[in-house]
Design a protein around this ligand. Structure first.
Ligand SMILES: CC(=O)SCCNC(=O)CCNC(=O)[C@H](O)C(C)(C)COP(=O)(O)OP(=O)(O)OC[C@H]1O[C@@H](n2cnc3c(N)ncnc32)[C@H](O)[C@@H]1OP(=O)(O)O
Length: 510
């Protein structure tokens, strides 16, 4: 270490990604953005030693994402016996294909040689338009050399934008299990309206896991009735039942916040709903932004499906004074059939169902994000009454709840709490009964708040979609009732929604 801090540069600030397009004079920059993370490349501290005025410009041709690295600086540290400036090209050579290190003039010459009828690799899945432009989704397997080449060029984006993300190992013998979806913005060329240019906007990688399906009740279990299984001949592994897992999902910054992530996710989901071998579409370690996007997309889709709409709280159920909560608040067989049909993992399905049922609660008891006058959570826990009906919302006068409304709310609350209890059984089981109740109430409060937040977002999104004339984001009934006390919720978010968030991502296979 030199001890001279001036020779250190933040790698997040030094790296600039540019999207460029060829012009007669060289290249024109269309967009620039910086990485969110560089720790997996330059170390935990995200600092580079040995330069002043350091700039690491990673240029990408906006269509085929041909990369070109340009490293410049004002001064470089003179090496001593103890230390020397970091060799940036050397470090980045582990993360970029060799072609990224060619001379700028060669890069520009290559861009000029790309034919003007270039289209993205893979097969066109679908096209759509919104107020931000025209878009196309392509998909292909990593075994397609053009798909592999593009993936090799852009994999560094995983390190730049997904905390803890790891690029696909192209040398893995199972590499044929990967399918990639690319999102492209298609623009007409101003002077040649019959021709288009393509601009990379994002991508997602999916991995196929083969899975064993036990015979169903109705299937014979006698050996003679079991069809012989053999790997001889032309047996196609792709036809075996599988779980398909979304592994990486990125919309690059110039295209974020335009509804494109939700759209790409929905397109992929619809593809796998139709894909017979896939029995479930799962997601690997989703982050909060992805979770929100997925919750809203799943809710928008499911709430339009008749089987899902038919799932209702059975309000004729009596709530026992003591003992076990009823387990048929919603018809379990119908829930399972629906979850299976829509290929959504049980926990995600349960969450979306709870959210949907919350949106269907009578207005007088429907939770929202407002501030009541007092905290009645404990009292509610003890008495079983709903505080939703009693909070004097300051923002909006609510209708007075009827006993039936309160009963419906309590059933909904029991449904959610039962799932949360089962989910957190190990941790909760170690607590005394009173503490357990309090803990569960806190987790529930965090989840309820989260649902209210998401339902408000769902409403906003459906308005945005309606403005854009989109079809697939339907209106969800409002949840904004103004009856939660915010500080109580924040507390539970801090202390518990750690557990609530964990609860959402507890297994790497979801
Ligand atoms: C499995 C995994 O890989 S987990 C990792 C996920 N990837 C990352 O985190 C990488 C970096 N981030 C990203 O790639 C993106 O930000 C993603 C994938 C998380 C989200 O993609 P986006 O295209 O920005 O999502 P989308 O635009 O659909 O929704 C984002 C916001 O725009 C809003 N929005 C939705 N539709 C529209 C629309 N039509 N017009 C404008 N805004 C919209 C949403 O309400 C949402 O609002 P919020 O920020 O308040 O939640």
């Amino acid at each position: 270490m030199s001890g001279d801090d001036d020779w250190w540069t933040s790698s997040n600030e030094a790296v600039l990604v540019s999207l460029v397009t060829p012009t007669d004079a060289g290249v024109k920059t269309l967009d620039t953005f910086r990485p969110e993370y560089t720790n997996n490349i330059f170390g935990e501290k995200e600092q580079i030693f040995g330069y002043k005025g350091l700039r690491i410009n990673l240029q990408y041709n906006a269509s085929d994402m041909l990369p070109n690295l340009k490293v410049s600086y004002k001064r470089k540290y003179q090496p001593t016996a103890d230390e020397e400036a970091l060799d940036i090209n050397d470090v980045l050579s582990d993360f970029l294909p060799e072609i990224a290190f060619q001379k700028q003039s060669d890069f520009e010459a290559r861009l000029k040689s790309i034919p003007d009828n270039w289209t993205p690799p893979g097969t066109l899945v679908t096209s759509f338009s919104n107020k931000h432009g025209d878009f196309q989704v392509y998909s292909g397997k990593v075994t397609d050399p053009a798909v592999k080449q593009l993936l090799n060029r852009i994999q560094i984006l995983v390190l730049f934008f997904v905390d803890g993300g790891t690029p696909i190992d192209m040398e893995d013998p199972d590499v044929d299990r990967w399918t990639i979806y690319f999102l492209y913005n298609k623009r007409s060329l101003p002077d040649q309206p019959d021709k288009s240019s393509y601009h990379f906007a994002g991508y997602s990688t999916l991995y196929r896991y083969n899975t064993f399906l036990p015979p169903t009740e109705t299937e014979s279990k006698t050996p003679t009735d079991t069809p012989p299984f053999s790997l001889d001949g032309d047996f196609d592994l792709d036809t075996l039942p599988c779980r398909t897992r979304i592994s990486q999902f990125i919309i690059i910054p110039p295209f974020q916040q335009k509804g494109l992530g939700s759209r790409l996710y929905s397109i992929i989901y619809q593809q796998y709903l139709k894909h017979e071998p896939t029995i479930q579409l799962t997601v690997e370690d989703p982050n909060e932004a992805f979770d929100d996007m997925r919750d809203l997309a799943d809710l928008a889709f499911l709430s339009q499906q008749p089987e899902f709409q038919a799932l209702k709280i059975n309000t004729s159920i009596e709530i026992p004074e003591e003992g076990k909560a009823p387990n048929n608040i919603v018809d379990q067989a119908a829930v399972e059939a629906c979850q299976k049909k829509f290929k959504i993992v049980p926990r995600q399905f349960a969450r979306v169902l709870e959210m949907y049922l919350m949106s269907q609660l009578p207005e007088s008891v429907r939770p929202g994000l407002g501030a009541p006058e007092e905290d009645e959570e404990d009292e509610e826990e003890q008495s079983g009454r709903s505080s939703k009906s009693k909070g004097k919302g300051k923002e909006k006068a609510q209708p007075k709840p009827t006993p039936e409304d309160e009963h419906t709310y309590r059933l909904w609350m029991m449904l959610v709490k039962m799932r949360l209890y089962v989910h957190n059984r190990d941790a909760l089981g170690q607590l005394e009964l009173k503490e357990r109740r309090e803990e569960l109430a806190k987790v529930f409060a965090g989840v309820e708040f989260d649902y209210a937040r998401l339902l408000i977002k769902a409403e906003e999104q459906s308005k945005l979609a309606a403005d854009e004339g989109a079809q697939e984001v339907p209106a969800i009934p409002s949840a904004a009732n103004g009856k939660r006390k915010l500080d109580e919720v924040e507390q539970s978010e801090g202390a518990e929604a750690a557990s609530s968030k964990k609860a959402r991502v507890e297994s790497g296979s979801e």
